[in-house]
Write a protein that binds this ligand. Structure first.
Ligand code: NAD
Ligand code: DAU
Length: 350
């Protein structure tokens, strides 16, 4: 086997590579490194779609249908890999409130199985994709990597467990882990349970846009390409082992501001907005200080929110063949179950 130098000729394991960010990362990486090999290990839960990898050059991709909790599948997938990026997770806050068990299993135990195998194989670098939600709500200022972890949903708490477990392999064994905590991603191929694809596809169908509570909850939004660029850089940044990096887009917006922009882009009336019962424990604000990443790598987000949202809305408009079957599958029962029981508070104020 040829020896990889940096990313040249490298073999990367991308777990959860059939999901939203993972698949965007596989497209991003293979488009820029034609000499890299990517192995995707994905359990194809409701959120994973093999079709998300359509268009990735066949000669660069090996797809393994398997679970990160399964040591045999993990050993098979990691064979010969230089780098591991763990995207695989249960990722939706509302589902974690309804059924937290799978979150603990995948987002904590799954990380343990991956770390054990990666340590045994001495991979060059293991990136654990964590989230800004581990800080809990940040009511003022911006969280640096040194801020206390105060996760407030079962999703965020399970991600905090995986985040610190991966770090423990660095602290204990010197195993080369990098932890990243990114803010809210948006872009193509995002499962329509999340705010932006849900509201865009509902608006396209002239359905209500269900805003939780007041709609004043704030998030930092980042285009998925900017997240992918940061991860690509962190694979080879010298001295990043054992470090944690925030990754944010620098676009702080509340839900109503986003809703308004989506309706404007699709030329739909404000009457589509429907305020509904709030998410329990709904975090009011997330905000990240990303200066550490900028200093270490020179990375900076390149996609403005206006342009990124316009392109994303356009992607859903043109790719109904992608989202229509998704919304008619598992999603339909999920939506009826979760939104059917939410009290409608009324009001249109987008
Ligand atoms: P997603 O739900 O779209 O995709 C998750 C993928 O993981 C799916 O393909 C699914 O089939 C796979 N998967 C789930 N359980 C698995 C298991 N046990 N074994 C193997 N595969 C499994 O999620 P996403 O939005 O693409 O998020 C990817 C990662 O990034 C997650 O770790 C998430 O916590 C993190 N993250 C997401 C965001 C965001 O805004 N979406 C922001 C910061 C961090
Ligand atoms: O911050 C990073 C996190 O962002 C990731 O770690 C998670 O995987 C990802 O799901 C996302 O979590 P959020 O809870 O912030 O994303 P979501 O799209 O579910 O909600 C964004 C905001 O929109 C939040 O304030 C809740 C609100 N919302 C969401 C939905 C689905 C609504 O008002 N109505 C909705 O129907």
């Amino acid at each position: 086997m040829a020896v990889a130098v940096g990313l040249h000729g490298a073999r990367l394991l991308v777990t959860g590579g059939a999901g939203f960010i993972g698949s965007n990362f596989v497209h991003w990486l293979t488009a820029r490194h034609s000499d890299c090999q990517v192995v995707v290990l994905d359990a194809l839960t409701y959120a994973g779609h093999r079709a998300n990898l359509a268009g990735v050059p066949e000669g660069q991709l090996t797809f393994i249908h398997g679970d990160i909790r399964d040591p045999d599948a993990v050993a098979r997938a990691m064979d010969g890999c230089d780098y591991v990026l763990n995207f695989a997770a249960e990722s939706h806050v509302d589902r974690s409130i309804e059924e937290p068990g799978a979150f603990i299993q995948t987002d904590v135990y799954g990380v343990f199985v991956l770390c054990e195998e990666a340590r045994r194989r001495r991979v060059r670098r293991f990136i654990q994709i964590s989230t800004d939600e581990v800080y809990g709500e940040v009511l003022q200022g911006a969280a640096s990597e040194a801020a206390p972890l105060m996760p407030r949903s079962p999703y965020a708490a399970s991600k905090a467990g995986g985040d610190r477990l991966a770090f423990a392999y660095w602290a204990t064994h010197g195993f080369p882990v990098v932890v990243t905590r990114c803010s809210n991603n948006y872009g193509p191929r995002q499962y329509p349970e999340k705010l932006i694809p849900l509201f865009v596809t509902n608006a396209l169908d002239d359905q209500p846009l269900p805003v939780y509570g007041t709609g004043l909850n704030r998030r930092d939004w980042i285009h998925v390409d900017d997240h992918c660029a940061a991860l690509e850089t962190l694979l080879t940044t010298p001295g990043a082992e054992g470090e944690t990096y925030n990754i944010g887009g620098g676009n702080e917006l509340d839900v109503l501001q986003i809703t308004r922009r989506i309706l404007e882009l699709l030329d739909k009336p404000a009457t589509r907005v429907q305020h509904v019962e709030d998410r329990p424990g709904h975090d009011r604000r997330y905000a990240l200080d990303c200066s550490k990443l900028r200093r270490a790598t020179g990375w900076t987000p390149r996609v403005s929110f206006d342009e990124g949202l316009r392109k994303t809305v356009e992607w859903y408009r043109r790719n109904e063949a992608w989202w229509r079957p998704v919304k008619e599958g598992e999603f339909r029962a999920y939506y009826e179950r979760m939104y059917g029981k939410r009290k409608v508070l009324g009001g249109t104020d987008a």
